[in-house]
Design a protein around this ligand. Structure first.
Ligand code: HEM
Length: 441
């Protein structure tokens, strides 16, 4: 800490090694590494190889980063390393271009379009629960990932994915995101071993997306036709590359996230029978045995708390920004171009904001207790200019799928197969084998 005319510097986290910095420790320990950062200060420096990254560790500072003006906190290192995948899609752009694209895409993810999408979610969830047989073993993580890929395909692109195509998207998007994070944390030559596999996964995802665009249905008013038919102020359409970038962005951002949340949700129901009983009671009363619809969602109060709690316990591991101008953060002056990061997972597991954070406790979201959660301490959908435009879509999909499944089935873990978190960027279950057991009403 400095006084007088000297500028204060953020403390460096202990354990920095020459040349490789904190990269190996961070990649090895992941959640444990980011959980400890707050004990070293509100804003601390972590060295990714030779690159200093300032980690904000308190809800107040994270709120400042997320809701600060767009020219101060721009997209950063993580997105740079994923740019080959997402190009100039919404998730990787800033400024006027980002605003323009967002204005075009947002209506497809809001009312009244959401009502149409919710009908597809209901139909897809009904197909899913009809396809299971009593006692059927499922790789539940894969099943729900294919379900969410299918929902994005059918709602946004009027495309029914062949199961083999869904499996291909699932496999290669997961590899792409995992290696994208490794490339960000291990800059320069440290990333050489993964670059080829990353490029290969990106090429495969692009191939699938080019196919979706080539075979698009022109008789549907879906998001894809909106993108293809949009014209800018000079009457010019988006080029094919831009259309592809947006489709890749939506396909990946809209399926991987929701699929992971559904996996953890049923894992937690199995681990917490009291919570499962309350979900079943509510679903029996509101929905009965039919598939859930959008009209049911407001009535599914407890189920929605369960979803909020899943998104607390299993959010993104890290998010990054880069300063676009001189910024003072936590009393430290950062020049333009400084890398800034924070861990939604660490914030969501900080006992100062969320007592007994490892406990799965949906009642922490009862209105009186939720009001005590500090601003910036719960950020599953980020915030500010880049706040997830699909948050409502995701919450409807999670509620409709959860209620439709829980109305008919109990998912029982296969004994002797412990489930461990695999930290990719998102936090996945490493595998989730479950057996579908019919519920007796
Ligand atoms: C549980 C599900 C979801 C979670 C946890 C989630 C989380 C997030 C987060 C944290 C961001 C901000 C990333 C950043 O600023 O660096 C984001 C952005 C985004 N999400 Fe989601 N998301 C979910 C579902 C969806 C869905 C269903 C869609 C689309 C159908 C979607 C589309 C997007 C897009 C396009 C962006 C980029 C927005 C921008 O930069 O302006 N997401 N999401």
């Amino acid at each position: 800490m400095t006084t007088g005319t000297r500028k204060r510097e953020a403390p460096t986290v202990p354990g920095r090694l020459p040349l490789i910095g904190h990269t190996p420790a961070m990649l090895r320990q992941r959640l444990a590494f980011t959980a400890k950062l707050r004990s070293h200060g509100d804003l601390v420096r972590v060295w990714l190889g030779p690159l200093p990254v300032h980690f904000a560790t308190t809800p107040e500072l994270v709120h400042q980063v997320l809701s600060g003006p767009g020219e101060k906190f721009r997209k950063g290192l993580l997105v740079d390393k994923l740019r080959r995948a997402f190009g100039n899609g919404l998730v990787s752009t800033d400024g006027e271009f980002h605003r323009r694209q967002r204005r075009m895409i947002q209506p497809a993810l809001r009312q009244p379009a959401l009502e149409r999408h919710a009908a597809v979610m209901t139909e897809s969830a009904a197909d899913l629960v009809d396809s299971w047989r009593p006692g059927q073993p499922l790789r539940f993580d894969r099943v729900v990932q294919d379900f969410t890929i299918g929902v994005v395909g059918r709602t946004l692109f009027s495309t029914d994915f062949d199961p083999r195509v869904s499996a291909e998207i699932r496999r290669h998007t997961s590899t792409m995101l995992r290696l994208g994070v490794v490339r960000a944390l291990a800059p320069g030559p440290l990333a050489l071993p993964v670059n080829r596999r990353f490029d290969d996964a990106v090429a495969r995802v692009h191939r699938v997306v080019d196919d979706i665009v080539a075979h698009r249905r022109t008789d549907r008013a879906d998001l894809l036709s909106t993108l293809v038919e949009a014209r800018d102020e000079h009457g010019l359409p988006m080029n094919a590359r831009q259309v592809r970038d947006e489709v890749v962005t939506l396909l990946v951002a809209g399926s991987e996230t929701t699929g992971v949340a559904l996996s953890w949700l049923f894992h937690e129901l199995a681990a917490n029978p009291d919570v499962a009983d309350r979900v079943h009671d509510e679903v029996d009363e509101v929905v009965g045995r039919r598939p859930a619809t959008l009209a049911d969602v407001p009535e599914l109060r407890y189920t929605r708390r369960v979803i909020t709690e899943v998104l607390r316990k299993y959010p993104l591991w890290i998010m990054m920004r880069r300063t676009g101008a001189d910024v003072t953060l936590g009393g430290v002056d950062l020049p333009a171009g400084a890398d800034v990061a924070f861990s939604p997972h660490a914030l969501h597991h900080d006992p100062l904001s969320h007592p007994a954070p490892e406990r799965f406790d949906p009642d922490r979201w009862s209105p009186d207790r939720a009001a005590r959660v500090p601003r910036g301490a719960y950020v599953p959908f980020a915030g500010g200019l880049h706040h997830c435009p699909g948050h409502q879509f995701a919450q409807y999909e999670l509620a409709i799928a959860t209620a439709t499944i829980a109305a008919r089935w109990r998912l029982v873990p296969v004994p002797g197969t412990p489930v461990r978190p695999k930290v990719v960027g998102l936090i996945h279950p490493d595998r989730l084998p479950m057996t579908a057991v019919p519920r007796s009403h």
